[in-house]
Design a protein around this ligand. Structure first.
Ligand code: FES
Length: 111
């Protein structure tokens, strides 16, 4: 499994979610309060709006367009619950965030 360097962890405040392009994938790196990091698909599975433009509070990502909500750790759909965000393997090494995209495709409604 190949891990791609994405950014320094210090580039993202705790409580912030930032979009990056990683090997052709749009990835949202989520830095939770307390330090936990997740990497999720960055585009909403409804209509491809960037989730970085929405809100991130208390472990919930909310899309700005139609307010769909997702768990910021698992990527599971909260509202509606029959969708999800793809979750990518992520590591933090020597202060760098590394993400693998091997074999993972973003989820799309109706795809
Ligand atoms: S585009 Fe995200 S909820 Fe519609």
């Amino acid at each position: 499994m190949t891990y791609h360097p994405v950014c320094d962890l210090d580039d993202i405040w705790e409580g912030e979610a930032v979009e990056f392009e990683v090997a052709g994938h749009d990835i949202l790196v989520v830095h939770h309060i307390g330090g936990e990091v997740a990497a999720l698909q960055a585009l909403c599975p409804h209509q491809d709006i960037s989730l970085a433009e929405g809100s991130f509070e208390n472990g919930v990502l909310t899309c700005r367009a139609h307010l769909w909500q997702f768990d910021s750790r698992s990527g599971d759909g909260l509202n509606p619950s029959d969708c999800r965000l793809a979750r990518y393997p992520v590591r933090v090494r020597d202060g760098k965030v590394l993400v693998s995209v091997d074999g993972i495709a973003p989820f799309r409604v109706g795809a």
